[in-house]
Design a protein around this ligand. Structure first.
Ligand code: PXL
Length: 281
């Protein structure tokens, strides 16, 4: 039977990230995607100047109250970019109210990259985000977000031992599965590292690095990763499916990178993703 999930993140009207990426990817994977927008922005906040920001914090409890009255249920909850610190408190309550046994909660602490917090976030937000991560079954930070969550200086350089210690420290926040993105031990190779606390198992998956930066790939990754988990793939398989889809989306954008600097052409990679899921179902 088709699964139905809830995703909580912003609508960046232009810019190919958050809900405009999560909705089509999750839908294409054959999963019904219900949304709770955390904010509405005219664009995302990377390199655009003067964007609008409509904070929807006080809508969250009203929407969830109505959903409770209607006895709506979901098979999983995935959170991304959150509009305010106060909103995290509301989201924690939504998870308490709607998470049933066996449901998957995935938190992407979308708040930082390249050693820096995104505009508008501060240490109070980071602290609150850590408490949301503690309620998740899976978290999907990049290395910058991981360092913020653990109050460590940004690790611009690291060894395999550093990454493995980081994974275990992240799990000690209270989340049993950690997926760390943007890991590289070798020039020309980039990938992800995962940790499952119960099995005390670490795994890696690498692909050739495309030598350009693209915005929005974290959201493409997390949406596909969560979709794969909801479809029943295990952590290792889901991380491979999401990495391959993200790399394919990047490859679809390379030629057009000057014009399309604000996101990736994930749409062109969807047919291959759907085919690969079929082969694995
Ligand atoms: O891709 C994460 C993201 C989501 N939403 C907004 C953002 C960003 C990253 O910059 O600005 C509004």
């Amino acid at each position: 039977m088709n699964k139905k999930i809830l995703t909580i993140q912003d609508i960046s009207c232009f810019g190919q990230c958050s809900l405009t990426v999560a909705l089509p990817i999750i839908s294409a994977m054959g999963i019904e995607a219900c949304i709770l927008p955390s904010a509405i922005l005219s664009t995302h906040t990377y390199q655009f100047k003067g964007y609008t920001f409509r904070d929807l914090t006080e809508d969250l409890p009203l929407i969830s109250k109505h959903w409770k009255q209607e006895k709506l249920t979901f098979d999983g909850i995935y959170t991304g970019y959150i509009g305010s610190t106060k909103q995290i408190g509301y989201i924690k309550q939504i998870i308490k109210d709607f998470k049933k046994n066996g449901d998957i909660v995935c938190v992407d602490p979308a708040m930082a990259d390249h050693g820096k917090l995104y505009p508008g976030f501060d240490n109070e937000f980071v602290k609150e985000m850590k408490t949301l991560c503690a309620m998740a079954d899976y978290i999907v930070p990049n290395i910058t977000e991981a360092c913020y969550l653990l109050e460590k200086p940004y690790m611009a350089e690291y060894t395999k031992e550093d990454i493995e210690a980081l994974l275990k420290e992240l799990a000690s926040i209270g989340c049993p599965n950690v997926l760390l993105t943007g890991v590289s031990f070798k020039k020309g190779e980039l990938g992800v590292a995962s940790y499952n606390k119960e099995k005390d198992e670490i795994n890696y998956y690498f692909r050739d690095q495309v030598p350009y930066f693209f915005h929005g790939t974290g959201d493409v990754y997390a949406s596909c990763f969560f979709g794969a988990l909801i479809k029943g793939f295990n952590l290792q398989k889901a991380m491979k499916i999401a990495t391959d889809f993200t790399v394919d989306s990047i490859l679809e954008t390379v030629e057009d990178r000057d014009e399309h600097w604000y996101g990736v052409h994930f749409e062109s990679a969807l047919p291959k993703l759907i085919t690969s899921l079929k082969g694995n179902e």
